[in-house]
Design a protein around this ligand. Structure first.
Ligand code: ARG
Length: 461
């Protein structure tokens, strides 16, 4: 049997393999709520403009509501021979309300229909993700506030560099995530133009009101060019790019969680709720959630790449290739949503071992820069010379297996006679972090200010 939706000029149905490659219903059924929203707005507008009768529009709206309820309840039977979500819903509408169903597709094509559906889905999902980002930022600010003065080693090259505060470290992620949130908001604002009514590609001769449907669906305005309307997927690429960058941030944090929770570092402990055991090694606590956040970032990057490659050679306007956008879009944004939730859970769950962090912060002669800075500031010697003097004192400490603040004053004076015992004021890790008061520095008083600033920002956004 030929297809009832477009089979007028066809005598026979498709080959089984054609149906297999052509059908998108297995994945685009996810768009049913958006498809029904778009169809209801379209039908109402057609009735307002006198293109269809008010009676038919009412039947259509009722039928679409009934279908939504069936799909919500899981009682709707999707059929592969009906290809996609649009035709599955329209076919069921015909069963429910009869010939009036056939009037819904006036002044519309599946090309603008699918464009509006996927835009609505991306917009809905970005709104959800924006909320999740805010929740994660709040969780980080809460944890940072509890650890404004907790000292830990700061790293470059994953080598102990200078002491920092744990609160400062966590607040770095708040900055990163706020840029991610900005990108999500930008993408949302830019995509918020309605393609419905562009029809197949050229617009329509029916007296439709695209401003009306745009408004009904919460868009800022209708898209301006019908050809662009049905062939644009850069709104999805932009959302997926923002998702990929955000996922990379979460992956970096996940990597830190993995490192911090090793027995060797022991900076944090995740509770049983976020750890798993080993079936053979009874002592193990594995940070699987963090590892999976790190790994799933690969999918989010891959999804973006997949859609970029699908789009790169397509002439205007709609090409069936574009049906391949959906799985990548869904996977990208749903994966981001999952890893955001898991990360928020881990932030709330993690218990820092403050003593271990502090002990480790003093390791690796982490206050050497403080000693060099003191020599410059107090003795007025050039930084390059101070660096050299400090290097010799570090060598003494290393040789004896002691920390910098344990080197006797006399031994320091043997390296540089000007050194006085005032130097010990800067050699402890607490003094070191407390002195880093430059704008954006790690001093607890700075972190306290930043926590307060972000509390205000997050309360008002
Ligand atoms: N399932 C299709 C897609 O997702 C809907 C649009 C089909 N349009 C067409 N002219 N065949 O892209």
């Amino acid at each position: 049997m030929s297809n009832r939706m477009w089979g007028g000029r066809f005598e026979t149905g498709p080959a089984a393999i054609m149906e297999e490659i052509n059908a998108s219903i297995d994945f685009d059924r996810k768009l049913y709520a958006q498809d029904i929203r778009g169809s209801k707005a379209h039908a109402a507008m057609l009735a307002e403009k006198g293109v269809i009768s008010a009676d038919d529009a009412a039947k259509i709206a009722e039928g679409l509501d009934a279908i939504k309820a069936e799909i919500d309840a899981g009682t709707f039977t999707f059929s592969r021979s009906l290809e996609d979500v649009h035709m599955n819903i329209e076919a069921r509408l015909r069963e429910l309300i009869g010939p009036a169903a056939g009037r819904l597709h006036t002044a519309r094509s599946r090309n603008d229909q699918v464009a509006v559906d996927i835009k609505l889905w991306v917009r809905d999902t970005l709104d959800h993700i924006e909320g999740q980002l805010t929740e994660l930022m709040v969780a980080l600010v809460d944890k940072a506030e509890a650890h404004i003065a907790t000292v830990m080693p700061g790293f470059t090259h994953l080598q102990s560099a200078q002491p920092v505060t744990f609160g400062h470290h966590l607040m770095a992620y708040v900055e990163m995530l706020s840029r991610d949130r900005g990108r999500i908001r930008d993408a949302r604002a830019r995509l918020n133009e309605c393609p419905l009514g562009a029809a197949a590609l050229a617009g329509t001769s029916f007296p439709i009101d695209r401003h009306r449907t745009a408004e009904a669906l919460g868009f800022a305005r209708p898209t301006a060019n019908s050809l662009d309307s049905v062939s644009d997927r850069d709104f999805a690429l932009e959302a997926m790019s923002a998702a990929a960058i955000c996922a990379v941030h979460l992956s970096r944090f996940a990597e830190e969680i993995v490192i911090w929770s090793t027995v060797q570092f022991g900076f944090i402990r995740l509770s049983d709720a976020f750890s798993t055991g080993s079936s053979i090694m009874p002592q193990k606590r594995n940070p699987d959630a963090a590892e999976l956040v790190r790994a799933k970032t690969g999918r989010v990057i891959g999804d973006l790449n997949a859609l970029l490659v699908v789009m790169k050679g397509l002439p205007l306007t709609y090409q069936k290739d574009m049906q391949e956008d959906k799985e990548a879009i869904f996977d990208s944004l749903e994966t981001l949503s999952l890893v955001l939730a898991a990360t928020t859970g881990m932030v709330r769950d993690m218990k820092p071992d403050v003593e271990r962090m502090r002990a480790s912060a003093g390791g690796g002669f982490a206050t050497a820069t403080d000693l060099a800075d003191w020599l410059v500031r107090v003795l007025g010697i050039p930084f390059r010379d101070a660096h050299h003097v400090t290097g010799r004192i570090v060598a003494i400490a290393a040789e004896r297996g002691i920390t910098l603040d344990e080197v006797p004053l006399a031994d320091m004076q043997a390296v540089h006679s000007g050194i006085t015992d005032a130097v010990f004021d800067v050699l402890s890790v607490e003094k070191s972090v407390a002195s880093r008061v430059s704008h954006g520095g790690t001093a607890p008083e700075n972190v306290r200010r930043e926590v307060a600033r972000w509390r205000r920002e997050l309360a008002s956004s």
